[in-house]
Every structure is written in C-alpha cells, then in structure tokens.
Design a protein around this ligand. Sequence first.
Ligand SMILES: N[C@@H](CCC(=O)N[C@@H](CS)C(=O)NCC(=O)O)C(=O)O
Length: 213
Amino acid sequence: MQADDNQPIATLYHMPMTCSLSVRIAAALGDVPLHIIQADTLGRDAYQAINPLRQVCTLITPDGETITETSAALMWVQSQSADDAFRREPKDADYYQLIRWIAFVATEIHKQIYRMVFYDELDDGSKDNIRALAPTRFELLDKHLTQRKFLIGDHISAADAYLCWAMRLAERAGLNPASYTHLIAYARRVESIPTIDAALADDWERKQEEIRK
Ligand SMILES: N[C@@H](CCC(=O)N[C@@H](CS)C(=O)NCC(=O)O)C(=O)O
C-alpha cells in the first residue's frame, strides 16, 4: 500500500532505536504507510498530553483512535496490510500465535529484561540478576526456531519485527545470545531483509542525529 495525497495514514510517535522501531519495521514489511513523529522532539508536556506515561510507541489511526502499547500497535499494523501474505486478522487461524509471540517479546524480554537493565532504578548486581533470566528465554526461542524461518508459519510477521528489534539491542543490554545458533541465524536472516535493513539504518541515523544535537 503506497501513501498518496488523499489517503489518510496513521501517525506513529517514535523514538529512534526504541521499541517503536518494531512498529516501523512491521509497517515497512506490510507496506503500511506511517507518518512518523519523533516524540522526543515535542517537549515533555506536549508528548505527555498524547501518552500520559510519555512512552513510545503511540499510534494514532486514520480514524483518530489512539493506540498505546507496542503490542497493540503491531497487531493493528499487521491487520492493515494489503499484502495477503503479511496481513493477519483476528479471524485467522494463527492470530493467537501472533498474539502469543508478540506478548512473549513484550513481557519476557522487553519489559522483564530491557526495562530493568536500561534504566536507573536498579543497581548493577540487580541488573545482572535480571540478565540471568535471558538464557531460558533465548533457549526457548532457539528451540522454536530450529526448523522455522519465522516465529509464526512460513511468513514474516509483526512478531518477527518485535523480536528483530529485541535482538538488535541484546548486546547493548549486556546479553550474549551467541551460543543460540538458530536464534542468531534467524536474527541475521531477518535483519538482512532489505526493508528491515533500511528501517534499521534509518533509525540508527536518527539516533546518531539525536546524539549529535
Ligand atoms: N507498555 C509500553 C512500554 C513501552 C516502553 O517501554 N517504551 C520505552 C522505549 S522502549 C520508552 O518510551 N521509554 C521512555 C520512558 O520510559 O520515559 C509498550 O509496550 O509500548
């Protein structure tokens, strides 16, 4: 689906290299046009009026509905694609597998590990205790991906977009997934898909610009 002048498009409030990147990736995969606004350029109060927790992502649909929560935004994007192979909707048999894997990344990796190790509330020892949760999560993913190209069925989905983002940040989070060979091969394969590679490169450039300011 290409954006044209008359087509209302959704707006994504985004911060480079954070979880909202997964929504950008999913949108790129499904060719769902998004108008991207960098939340951190808006000022604290202005963005808080949009998202009371001042977190990304926030998605505003063309109908004006606000969707906070990365998981919900990912599912919305996936339901909007014109690409039959990518689109998944609640009526589809594997929709609950989509929810399952998005929820897994959200609750077992993103909020359970990254929310702890990237923020200041915990001391270093406590952060290491949290990092110790990673191997069982990686092992589970590694097993699941032993004979699969993607998390669900044989086509890439928004759940892969979320896991791709999580894997991109693993090293910076102080995690070492190197011995999980199926997971690593999967991450390399997914990252090298041209639309994903382009979204990752653009986001990285936005992050560098942010740092330079
Ligand atoms: N429950 C939210 C949490 C999202 C979240 O943790 N966002 C982080 C970036 S990955 C954020 O906005 N952090 C800024 C902050 O906490 O001030 C979701 O799942 O979307």
